[in-house]
Design a protein around this ligand. Structure first.
Ligand code: TPP
Ligand code: MG
Length: 370
């Protein structure tokens, strides 16, 4: 007996429509990937046994309704289906690969979440850096938070039904690697253009859509500087949102990019100029005071303990909250075989830039074409 996947898809669609469920709702109920059901129903994707079973459970039937077109509601029917599949030598392509990969990744997340500032000997994740910056930043702000530990702490403390927003700077890549959610739609990322300044406004928009849940955005200091005018609207509309400003005193990810591209640190840290170049001391900014100016409840956090306490306290507030996190530069995530495809001059006088350009070209040759 052959399984006709087009027919199976049609039966699933028929059952779903009978129950008046949208594809998205059925996906949510059966906990299968968003957008997957449409290709199953069209017979384009072949669902695994597990997916068929989950769909059957969610659509309150047994798998044979989908597989053979008749529902027999007793345990034997489940066995029959499994036996039929086994008889056809059906073997899932995956066994424990996903579980194993996930266990390795979980360990890595634990490592990232536990990275602490250790003092003068501190060795941050990002190696390409101006050696002056971290000691100067710590002295200036007394900030001892690492970005990876901050994200792990936020994840630990915020409610399971909260939504978090990210858009520009180093945070979206950290979030993509580190963030997990408890609810569908709990993670809102502007990955299309990674548009700096989207965060504060989006926090208000999401709050309008989810008035009963806490909404947070993580936003870089430069992104916050670029656009936070919707704080006025947040106040006007009396919306309680949470704005987490990651102050690392500069365009962190662009500094990494130019250092890795052989350019050196050029105008991407907030430093006073000597009249020509911004090569002086770091410029401290009090973001909590900016929030205070608008009437927000604010917190300045210099350690993970302070951040956790502030997040807990903020849950009790009815007014919007702003967290000024003093985050040590160069403590964002990096690597994992990723590569940032950004153009570079191939005729530079700098040997280091020419070398980096060779790296860009090699990366492009290796990249998969879509
Ligand atoms: C509107 C906009 N302009 C410019 C950029 C290019 N850009 C990407 S990241 C970045 C710096 C971000 O700095 P910050 O927000 O402080 O985040 P960090 O990298 O320090 O975490 C810039 C200028 C952008 N993504 N969006
Ligand atoms: Mg920054």
């Amino acid at each position: 007996m052959d399984l006709d996947y087009k027919e199976i898809g049609k039966r699933i669609a028929r059952r779903r429509k009978m129950l008046n469920l949208t594809q998205a709702k059925a996906e949510e109920m059966s906990d299968i990937g968003y957008g997957y059901l449409t290709s199953i129903e069209r017979g384009v994707s072949i669902p695994s046994t597990e997916v068929v079973m989950r769909l059957a459970l969610a659509l309150d039937t047994t798998p044979d309704e989908f597989l053979v077109g008749a529902s027999r509601r007793h345990d034997e029917s489940w066995k029959n289906v499994a036996e039929k599949l086994r008889a056809r030598k059906y073997v899932s392509a995956y066994t424990d690969e996903i579980t194993k990969a996930k266990a390795v990744w979980d360990e890595e997340m634990k490592r990232l979440g536990a990275i602490e500032y250790t003092g003068d000997d501190f060795d941050p994740i990002i190696k390409a850096r101006d050696p002056r910056t971290i000691p100067e930043f710590v002295k200036l702000t007394d900030g001892k938070i690492t970005q990876t530990a901050a994200l792990a702490a936020i994840r630990r403390v915020i409610d399971a039904d909260a939504t978090i927003i990210t858009a520009g700077g180093s945070l979206p890549s950290c979030m993509q690697r580190m963030w997990t959610t408890d609810k569908r739609g709990g993670y809102h990322a502007e990955y299309g253009y990674s548009c700096m300044g989207y965060e504060v406004a989006a926090t208000l928009g999401v709050k309008f859509a989810e008035p009963n849940n806490e909404v947070y955005c993580v936003v870089g200091d430069s992104s916050f500087q670029m656009l936070h005018s919707e704080i006025m609207t947040i106040q006007q509309e009396k919306q309680k949102v949470n704005i987490l400003v990651f102050d690392n005193c500069g365009f962190g990810c662009i500094n990494n990019l130019e250092m890795n591209h052989g350019i050196g640190s050029l105008a991407t840290e907030f430093r006073y100029t000597d009249g020509k170049k911004p090569c002086g001391d770091l410029i401290p900014v009090d973001y909590a005071k900016i929030g205070e100016g608008y009437g927000l409840k604010t917190y300045t956090c210099r350690t993970i303990a302070e951040l956790e306490a502030a997040l807990e306290d903020a849950k009790k507030q009815t007014v919007a909250c702003l967290f000024d996190l003093k985050v040590i530069p160069k403590t964002m995530t990096d690597g994992y075989e990723s590569w940032w495809n950004v153009g570079l001059a191939d005729v530079s006088e700098k040997e280091s830039v020419r070398k980096a350009w060779e790296g860009v070209k090699a990366g492009r040759d290796e990249a998969r074409k879509y």
